[in-house]
Design a protein around this ligand. Structure first.
Ligand SMILES: NC(=O)c1ccc[n+]([C@@H]2O[C@H](COP(=O)([O-])OP(=O)(O)OC[C@H]3O[C@@H](n4cnc5c(N)ncnc54)[C@H](OP(=O)(O)O)[C@@H]3O)[C@@H](O)[C@H]2O)c1
Length: 260
């Protein structure tokens, strides 16, 4: 299916690796020019190189921390300067640390709010004038935890729900010029899941890394962990005119793991 994204401009945040990176790659494969960002210069250079030949579009890499509002403004400005427009904004971020309600102090909660919610608010605020100009899309990478809490991930369970409220609000407020949606990933093979499994091994939840990873896969009806490309392709579909009547959804991409 041709998604019709040829020549579009997509700005993806936290995208030098992981699910943001996979989203940038799918959009690039579909012909979009992509801007990617991350904090680590080496990861940024590697991402630029990896994406360079994926599609016919150009790739812009900008060092930016999504928890820093001025970095996000700079990222938006650099994208517009290079490509003259932003048609699609895709927001991702790192994951918050694991922990239960009694394990985490105020600082950890505010840091998670900055990382998971304010990073999206600030990116949307900075990019909206461009995305709205001519009609575009916003797609937020959130988590299945907004539907069903996961043990030991209280920050993700509680704080991310702010993104759902934001998506539901902008899906009305920015329409019809802009469609806003979220994807809710289940377990995907990225460094985030590696970190969570390693933490589970340290705390004795899993005997070893392999059994920890297997336990994630066992909870998915499809019996496996997702390939990041599958998430990226869903993001590309939502950004495309093929998903032109999809607005305000929070779409699980989780192999059927959610029961709700
Ligand atoms: N993977 C899963 O199974 C899964 C499931 C549900 C939800 N999620 C959520 O989806 C989001 C993306 O997950 P992921 O698996 O892609 O994580 P990841 O593999 O850890 O990827 C993180 C990417 O984000 C960048 N990044 C992290 N913090 C950043 C920051 N403050 N500013 C700019 N870039 C930043 C990293 O580059 P630098 O480190 O160089 O900045 C890297 O490019 C996270 O919020 C995660 O919790 C993931």
């Amino acid at each position: 299916m041709d998604l019709g994204l040829d020549g579009d401009v997509a700005l993806t945040t936290a995208s030098t690796a992981g699910l943001g990176g996979a989203s940038a790659e799918s959009l690039a494969r579909e012909g979009a020019h992509v801007a990617v960002c991350g904090r680590d210069p080496e990861r940024l250079a590697a991402a630029r190189e990896r994406l360079a030949d994926v599609g016919p579009g150009e790739v812009l890499g900008v060092r930016a921390d999504v928890t820093d509002g001025s970095d996000l403004e700079r990222l938006v400005e650099a994208t517009v300067e290079r490509f003259g427009a932003i048609d699609h904004l895709v927001t991702s971020a790192g994951g918050p640390p694991p922990g239960g309600v009694l394990d985490l102090d105020d600082e950890a909660w505010y840091a998670a709010y900055d990382l998971l919610v304010m990073s999206v608010v600030r990116a949307v605020r900075a990019a909206h004038p461009y995305v709205a100009d001519g009609g575009g899309t916003i797609t937020c990478v959130a988590s299945r935890t907004v539907r069903e809490p996961m043990d030991g991930l209280v920050l993700s369970n509680a704080v991310r729900r702010g993104v759902v409220g934001l998506v539901k609000t902008t899906a009305r407020a920015f329409a019809p010029a802009v469609r806003t949606n979220a994807v809710l990933p289940g377990p995907f093979e990225t460094s985030r899941i590696e970190g969570l499994v390693e933490h589970g091994v340290e705390t004795g939840e899993y005997a070893d890394y392999e059994s920890g990873l297997a336990s994630y896969a066992e909870r998915v009806p499809l019996g496996r962990i997702g390939d990041p490309r599958e998430l990226g392709d869903t993001v590309a579909y939502l950004a495309s005119s093929r998903g032109g009547f999809v607005n305000g959804v929070c779409l699980p991409v989780d192999g059927g793991a959610l029961r709700s």
